[in-house]
Design a protein. Sequence first.
Length: 215
Amino acid sequence: MSSDRQIVITGTSSGIGLAIAQYLLAQHWQVIGLDVAPPTLKDSRFTPVTLDLCDGHAVAQAAARVGVAYGLIHAAGVLRVGRVGALDAAAGDTMWRLHVAAASHLCDAIVPGMVQRRKGRVIFIGSRIAQGMAGRGQYAATKAALIAMARSWAAEVAACGVAVNVVSPAATATPMLDAPARLASAPGCRLSAASFARTRLLNWSAICCPTRPTP
């Protein structure tokens, strides 16, 4: 498998991660999908890896096995709500390990190969809630941390031809949005995950991948 055609994506069994994987597979990319849930995609260019992204050791091992890749898209995520005074420490820890620690382990293993080859792209799926929202403090903190990490790492590797960015979608129709804890504040207008992948990733591919891989 050519590293120039290889993209690592987390959360490929549903939601935004699945939609991104489907879009890139249709564009003839090789996709390695990391998810705790069983794979829902069947494609000769898709390699599923089932693992708990909250398990730092497992993530580090999986990333080391990936070796060199052109791109990394961290789309896996969960939402747990709670107001100050009634916070769930375990829920906060889960979101931190999934959103932030997993991104750190993956980048630490994969980005050096991009730097060595002087080309590569990293995208974290963020959230507009990173600026803060009532009842979302723990979730917002993890998404804000992604922005800080992306800016820091971009400053380190941009000169080597590697871009690190955060894409924060509007409300998107995913299983997370339909979680019981969020129904009371769920927005009425939602972007489909497929539309998000198509519009956002189209720009990403055009700008960062001027030559589309051939079948």
